[in-house]
Design a protein around this ligand. Structure first.
Ligand SMILES: Cc1cc2nc3c(=O)[nH]c(=O)nc-3n(C[C@H](O)[C@H](O)[C@H](O)COP(=O)(O)OP(=O)(O)OC[C@H]3O[C@@H](n4cnc5c(N)ncnc54)[C@H](O)[C@@H]3O)c2cc1C
Length: 405
């Protein structure tokens, strides 16, 4: 077992770190305040090859690994702990990868190079107003009308619709739709790459509005109403009624990289705290000299290290699986991804709350910036890309057995 990075990965990490420190870190608060647009940030990420790391170079990707994507997300989150930048990057790791795996060649050839160039965004249109966890009961319909499919229904909390409309090519969402009967559950689900804007032209048949978020303001999330959005047959991913597995596969990968982003934010919080507890003098001594503080710091530091290893392991499992190693199944990727997100996100929230206590009253004010990070990781704690109980459900089912859970 080797805990070190390969020479190639070390060089990659150094280059991401240097980019993140130079370009993102000095302006992350501007991103969080919407003063530096995510579309401009995306263009910068694309310039240095950080969009679509595991995508094929045929489509402008880096032929990279999920471990590299995890390392990049971690460093981008360290530089932008509000998480807008790493979330853009990680969504553009997982969901375009599903297009690469299951899309038709003409679609991949048209859309993926636009994604890797930072000119298009592919999001996930999963959650519906009646709930996001029970994907097999989704109601958004895809109906074949002549040569095209038309999508009808409501998707909620979809990240990136405004971003799509602002980008020069545009892009769309991987829409999880019902093509079978409701009682067919997961066997009646088909996924499409549903473009909302293509080659600079906005598609007909949808409306949307952004929600006002409490944090991570740099990347908008909103409500999407599908009112007969036309989707060409070629934009179906995989087979008719075979979409449920594709959606789950995308979530598995996204969760692993979300784990990495949460680790990056948690590391930033711990580093800020380390500086602070050594210089904040109360009752005549730095607060780091009180064991109530230093022991808690030690505990969180140790748990952060173990969560980080779980995240890297999940990325490594994904790399083994996708490089064709049959010893690592899709179920292994799912379990590892669920564990990575569960461990890293809940720990990052706990760290943020503890660090805020060490900063005392000052942490309640935006100038200290610690709360911006709490609000960023909180998005994943409350549910984005899988609520905590759903992650536990996946782990329990895969380990104990579906017949029990
Ligand atoms: C910032 C942000 C960005 C988002 N971006 C996107 C996006 O781009 N695309 C998208 O489609 N969605 C997105 N979402 C939505 C997210 O995926 C959903 O919030 C998530 O899937 C949970 O769905 P829900 O909120 O409807 O909760 P529900 O499904 O209604 O669940 C509510 C609660 O019940 C619990 N629960 C449900 N079932 C069980 C069970 N069987 N056992 C125990 N507990 C259970 C859940 O854990 C949860 O705590 C985003 C959310 C946020 C906050």
């Amino acid at each position: 077992m080797d805990f070190g990075l390969s020479r190639e990965d070390k060089l990659f990490l150094e280059s991401v770190k240097s980019f993140a420190e130079r370009v993102i870190a000095p302006r992350w608060v501007e991103i969080d305040e919407g003063k530096w647009s995510i579309e401009e940030v995306a263009a910068k990420l694309a310039e240095v090859g950080l969009i679509g790391i595991p995508l094929s170079s045929k489509y402008g990707g880096q032929d990279g690994t999920f471990l590299q994507a995890a390392l990049a997300a971690e460093e981008l989150a360290y530089a932008d702990p509000s998480l807008a930048t790493p979330v853009y990057m990680l969504l553009e790791t997982a969901w375009p990868y599903m297009v690469q795996l299951y899309g038709r060649e003409e679609v991949k050839g048209e859309v993926l190079p636009e994604v890797t160039a930072g000119r298009a965004f592919i999001g996930i249109g999963s959650t519906e107003p009646q709930g996001g966890s029970d994907v097999a009961s989704f109601q958004t319909k895809a109906v074949k009308e002549g040569d095209v499919w038309r999508l009808y229904g409501e998707k909620n909390m979809v990240t990136g619709v405004t971003t799509i409309l602002n980008l020069p090519y545009g892009g769309g969402v991987i829409a999880i739709t019902r093509t079978g009967k409701l009682e067919d559950r997961h066997r009646g689900i088909t996924v499409f790459l549903a473009l909302l804007k293509r080659r600079g032209r906005v598609s007909p048949g949808f409306s949307h509005r952004d929600w006002e978020e409490i944090g991570r303001h740099g990347l908008p999330t909103g409500y999407l109403r599908l009112e007969g959005l036309p989707v060409e047959e070629a934009f179906m991913l995989g087979e008719l009624n075979g979409g449920f597995k594709i959606a789950m596969e995308g979530f598995n990968l996204a969760r692993t990289i979300i784990g990495a982003a949460s680790i990056g934010a948690a590391r930033w919080l711990m580093d800020k705290a380390l500086e602070w507890i050594k210089q904040r003098v109360v009752f005549g001594r730095p607060i780091a000299s009180y064991q109530a503080v230093s022991f808690k710091f030690a505990e969180l530091y140790a748990r952060l290290e173990s969560a980080k290893l779980a995240v890297y392991k999940a990325a490594w499992v994904a790399d083994r699986h996708y490089s064709g190693d049959t010893a690592f199944t899709l179920q292994d990727v799912a379990t590892a991804g669920a564990m990575a997100k569960y461990l890293a996100v809940s720990l990052a929230v706990e760290i943020a709350l503890e660090v805020m206590k060490w900063f005392g009253g000052a942490s309640y004010f935006k100038e200290t910036n610690v709360a911006r990070s709490l609000l960023g990781v909180l998005s994943y704690y409350v549910g984005a890309e899988g609520a905590e109980n759903i992650l536990k459900l996946i782990i329990a089912r895969n380990i104990i057995g579906r017949e029990f859970v």
